[in-house]
Design a protein around this ligand. Sequence first.
Ligand code: IMP
Length: 199
Amino acid sequence: MSKRDIILASNNAGKVREINAMLANTSFNVVPQSTLNIEEAEETGLTFIENALIKARHAARHTDCPVIADDSGIEVPALKGRPGIYSARYAGVGASDQQNLDKLMEEVSALDEHQRQARFVCVMVCLRHADDPVPLIAQGIWNGIAVVEPRGENGFGYDPMFYVPTHECTSAELPAEVKNQLSHRGQALRQLTAMLTDL
Ligand code: IMP
């Protein structure tokens, strides 16, 4: 099967790993934008979809291949949806995953147990070229509970504090293939690949 290159507009190692694994058995060959020396775009949008499109359009200006981008994050409704689109920089621009996790756990620890619902959100887009007026758009949501005792070594970002009631563990304790089956990113990517295959 000859594979079609598709550029992934992300330098987040955790995301690149998950998206690569999920597209391994499709007709697409995922090329991270770093391979083409494309730098990260500045995320100036106020919604996941705006930021996903900004990232995809930025990368598409540097390549003739189609581009996919995701913008994702964790929302705690009792914290007015924080950190939301600011998940990657919650403890400040350049903050590490650990610093962001610590900041959110501190805020969650002040909430009552019954206020600790959380959800991961992912919006994923595909642009055929930078001026594509008809982007493909997919969205996934994964509901769980924010916990303040982090557990697990898998995944990345907020996974150690995201408790998955159906599996009675955090998403950082799930094997990668199980997380991909359940996750916001897995849901969005399956929708997107179905749309791409239909094209
Ligand atoms: P983005 O690169 O601007 O989309 O930021 C996404 C941020 O949301 C990541 O850096 C993580 O902090 C968080 N995030 C998104 N998806 C996940 C996930 O699957 N597990 C843990 N954290 C995630």
